[in-house]
Design a protein. Structure first.
Length: 254
């Protein structure tokens, strides 16, 4: 079992712009905070800075809503241009009532508004919104390769975002993408402390890392979108965050 796990939010990270080199920004952040990455460390990044660096912002003034978006916007009481973007990023509408639009994102996440957000985009001013990365696992893998080469060690990457949960108030951070660690650990077949065989236990390891990192990051104006996690230990094969998405044929609520 891992002992002495620490979550350190990197201070002094600049506002991210399209095309910024996240690997260089991470290295600079580690130096500024007098931190040394080691084998087995995990870097958690807020989804927003990945999306910003990848140029995933959209000006709503450039969006022409379709008839479907206009009709749906009347139901959910939202900007039809935003609804059009949500539809373009989704494969299925799961719930549409006033002030609520729950969809299945094209990457499989079930979430409100396809993860499209106004907060912390251009200071929250104007009509720009931010979409999720095209492929968060691929983004994590590329960044990990760059950082491993630059830092001379093997680290893991988690790209996190805040999610609501069915039947529970509030949001908690989960892993949208990951690389270099087991996002899901299957413990079925192992024995518990009383010798009973575990039959259903699968640990959402990357989600657990992201949730704890969320406490260090904060959800508002803290400006600390990078968290270095040290002291973790695992014995399981690497699996990316797509392994956390329940297959549609096992979806109990579709």
């Amino acid at each position: 079992m891992a002992q002495g796990i620490t979550y350190t939010a990197l201070q002094g990270i600049k506002h991210i712009q399209p095309g910024d080199d996240l690997a260089a920004i991470v290295q600079d952040g580690l130096r500024r905070n007098a931190l040394q990455a080691r084998d087995g460390d995990v870097l958690v990044l807020a989804q927003k800075i990945v999306s910003k660096a990848e140029g995933r912002s959209v000006d709503l003034s450039s969006v022409q809503p379709s008839p479907h978006a206009l009709e749906l916007a009347q139901i959910v009481k939202k900007d039809a241009r935003l609804v059009e973007l949500v539809l373009s990023e989704s494969t299925d509408i799961l719930r549409a009532i006033p002030n609520v639009l729950i969809v299945r994102h094209r990457c499989g996440y079930v979430m409100a508004n396809a993860g499209i957000d106004h907060s912390n985009v251009d200071g929250g001013v104007g009509d720009r919104v931010l979409l999720l990365p095209v492929d968060a696992d691929a983004s994590a893998a590329v960044l990990r390769e760059q950082l491993n080469a630059a830092l001379g060690c093997e680290i893991g990457i988690v790209i996190s975002d805040s999610f609501g949960r069915p039947w529970r108030n509030g949001v908690v951070n989960v892993a949208l993408g990951s690389a270099g660690l087991p996002a899901l650990i299957d413990r079925r077949g192992e024995r518990d402390m009383y010798g009973r065989t575990l039959e259903v236990t699968q640990v959402a390891y990357a989600d657990a890392i992201a949730a704890a990192a969320g406490l260090a990051m904060g959800e508002g104006a803290e400006g600390t979108p990078l968290v270095l996690v040290q002291g973790l230990a695992w014995q399981a094969p690497e699996r990316n965050a797509q392994s956390l998405i329940r297959p549609l044929d096992e979806d109990l609520f579709k």
